[in-house]
Design a protein around this ligand. Structure first.
Ligand code: H2U
Ligand code: ZN
Length: 355
């Protein structure tokens, strides 16, 4: 008789309906020993205020401008923008193999808090709510004349973040980036087949199955998606069908602050370090596409953390992943269970309470 399939033991591929690609799941690989590269754990003794850090209140930035003495969030134009509003057009392509197109846009940076030694999970719910309101405002503002407004946070040195001060970036572009285009096409196709938005159906499915849930409240659900690539990747989904961040109601924003704090405390508690990740929001396109048919879209956030085994061993996306297909070493269900079972009280607060 053939052996019964066990996803935690038997390798298989899973389909990512948002991106339209596949991931190889080979959970038994976690058993192999590791003698490869180890990263430095994140720095613990960051000063609260560093006058030499260009993101701090009153500090001087690279362009010579002095930051205000801000006491909440602080938004400024990136001094080294990858997208500028006025780049000249490359003109018609001379050959189908040498295609270029115009790229215009705007890049901003938003500090979450005046303190350098704080991160989102350690901020109060009111402070996180302010960050959410700013994200929505920036989306509205830059969305008036850009097709795509990408709000993202790059956290942790292991993840390429250049500055420990809590902040996010916003890159707004006159074109749809690749990830946005793939999600747009795939959600559109699903909607035309099923007459229902993909991620609204997915929310309901995960609420019912209950095997990949990390945290939930009345308005939000966080899961390790069935098709996750990064070891502890999560997907943040609203209960209601919502196209973009500015469409969230006040109570949905409060609930988002709650779910964000709970998720990020769990992340930090996993290896008892400030957990590195890249996160970002995806919603319906904006600019001249704002009034297009967008009902196939559902607002969501992705968290892509690179750590795998410990605070110092990350997942390398090299070799087979680069040349063939993404691969993961534990199942989405195993990762969700691990995160779900972690306490929601931040380890630093717990330590303070014990002292
Ligand atoms: P990251 O650590 O996520 O790269 O964010 C820091 C951003 O802040 C980065 O994009 C900008 C950098 O260009 N920055 C300024 O705009 N001015 C400065 O004086 C320092 C950093
Ligand atoms: Zn997405």
């Amino acid at each position: 008789m053939a052996e019964k399939f066990d996803p935690a033991e038997h390798q298989h591929v899973r389909y990512n309906p948002l991106k339209g690609d596949w991931v190889l799941v080979s959970a038994h690989r976690m058993k192999r020993p590791w003698s490869g590269q180890e990263e430095k754990p994140p720095e613990e003794d960051i000063p609260r205020h560093d006058p030499k850090n260009p993101l701090c209140p009153r500090a001087t930035r690279a362009n010579g401008k002095v930051n205000p003495d801000y006491d909440s969030t602080f938004l400024f134009d990136n001094d080294f923008p990858a997208l500028q509003p006025d780049a000249p057009d490359p003109g018609p392509s001379e050959h189908p193999l040498l295609q270029a197109a115009s790229a215009r846009g705007k890049c901003q940076v938003m500090c979450f808090h005046p303190w350098t030694d704080i991160t989102l999970p350690l901020m109060s719910l009111a402070e996180i709510r302010t960050v959410i309101d700013r994200w929505a405002e920036i989306t509205t503002d830059l969305g008036t004349n850009h097709r795509w407004v990408q709000v993202f946070e790059n956290k942790g040195a292991v993840n390429g973040c250049s500055n420990p001060h809590p902040h996010c970036q916003v890159w707004a572009s006159n074109f749809m980036p690749n990830e946005a285009t793939a999600e747009d096409n795939n959600q559109k196709e699903y909607f035309s087949k099923h007459q229902s938005p993909m991620l609204v159906d997915y929310y309901n499915l995960e609420k019912e199955k209950r095997v990949r849930i990390v945290v939930e409240n009345e308005d939000w659900l966080v899961v390790v998606p069935y098709w996750a690539v990064w070891p502890y990747e999560t997907l943040v989904l609203p209960r209601r069908h919502v196209l973009r961040l500015p469409d969230l109601t006040s109570s949905e924003r409060d609930a988002l602050a709650d779910i964000t704090k709970r998720l990020l405390c769990k992340y930090d508690n996993l290896f008892e370090v400030s957990f590195p990740y890249s996160m970002g929001w995806h919603g319906a396109p904006t600019g001249d596409l704002t009034d297009a048919e967008n009902s196939h879209w559902q607002l969501h956030a992705h968290y892509y953390p690179p750590l795998l085994r410990s605070a110092t061993v990350k997942k390398f996306m090299v070799g087979f992943e680069m040349l063939a297909q993404a691969q993961r070493d534990l199942t989405a269900e195993q990762a969700a269970e691990k995160l779900r079972n972690l306490p929601e009280l931040h380890y630093k607060i717990k330590r303070q309470q014990e002292d």
